[in-house]
Design a protein around this ligand. Structure first.
Ligand code: TA6
Length: 307
């Protein structure tokens, strides 16, 4: 990304936010950020990948998201941590040569298309809504008319929604994930509540594994909890650390929830995974995995909300 590109992106961001009191544009050596600060929370989103890097609720001042101490911020690779956006495929794409893992939108600059502020009776901003779009869509044989909008809502909660619209004249298949790295105190203490049924274990390629009644993480974990029925209802998940509730998560529009922790050996092979970093993070991802078909004119809406 050249300086010229950054200044164009920075100018575009500056002009998009100028009338909003809760939005700030920040250019640092770590990239171009949209900072959000309202009466309920603060958040920070890298425009590279529309990658949410921080969400802190004012009620407790606690950071909900984890970022690796070894994360790369040079736009050469997605930031390790926060909320990478995986689209229009999840994981590897063996149908396309040199296809980047988890799609191509987390590896490019996005634009802020629109913003909105909701104020209370005192004129305080209680919600900030941001609508962002990638700058290049039609890549890797994906039709440019397969449209993606990310909607971010920052309030007492953080809500990320991916809206995929098939404006092409062809049937298109999409898999995706809101790939959130949540900050925890100790992986050895954390318990996942609300995940039941069976899961596909990516590590040994086995299906129909039964979710543990007491869901703890004691090894490398890479599981896809597919929903028996395409989610007609929201799915509520929470992470607790001992008797302390750390994160409440709500998924909707998903057909699976992914649970991932790289543990020791896998972390050691990842240059952007800090030593021991796996102990303080856990990925809980709202996903469309396996992929789903979108007919011309159809829309897919995937949401993860947490506080
Ligand atoms: O969501 C879990 C997963 O698919 C794992 O298999 C692992 O690859 C992780 O995503 C991180 O992928 P990344 O390409 O960001 O290193």
């Amino acid at each position: 990304m050249t300086n010229a590109n950054i200044s164009i992106d920075e100018q575009a961001l500056q002009s998009a936010i100028q009338t909003f009191t809760s939005l700030t544009c920040r250019l640092s050596s770590d990239g171009l950020y949209l900072d959000i600060s309202n009466s309920k929370a603060s958040a920070s989103l890298s425009m590279f990948g529309a990658h949410l890097c921080s969400f802190i609720a004012n009620k407790d001042g606690r950071e909900r998201l984890w970022i690796s101490d070894s994360a790369m911020f040079d736009a050469s690779t997605p930031i390790r941590g926060g909320v990478p956006i995986c689209w229009p495929w999840f994981g590897a794409n063996n149908k396309i040569n040199d296809a980047p893992s988890h799609g191509f939108v987390r590896n490019q600059m996005w634009r802020l298309n629109q913003a909105k502020e909701v104020k209370d009776e005192n004129g305080e901003v209680v919600e900030t809504h941001c609508y962002l779009k990638p700058t290049s869509l039609g890549m890797f044989s994906t039709p440019a008319t397969l449209n993606l909008t990310l909607m971010l809502k920052v309030s007492t909660y953080c809500e990320i929604t991916l809206i995929t619209e098939n404006q092409s004249s062809q049937r298109v298949e999409v898999s995706q994930a809101i790939h959130s790295y949540f900050a925890i105190e100790d992986i050895n203490q954390v318990v996942i509540n609300g995940l039941h049924g069976t899961y596909y274990n990516k590590l040994d390629n086995t299906h129909n594994n039964v979710s543990p009644s007491l869901y703890t993480i004691k090894q490398e974990t890479d599981r896809v909890h597919q929903r028996a029925v395409k989610s007609v209802t929201d799915e509520r998940i929470s992470l607790s650390d001992g008797d302390k509730n750390i994160i409440n998560i709500l998924h909707s529009g998903h057909n699976s929830t992914v649970v991932w922790n790289p543990w020791i050996e896998k972390s050691a092979k990842m240059k952007d995974m800090s030593e021991g970093g796996y102990k303080t993070m856990l990925c809980i991802e709202a996903a469309t995995e396996p992929r789903e078909a979108l007919l011309p004119g159809q829309k897919l809406v995937l949401t993860q909300k947490f506080d």
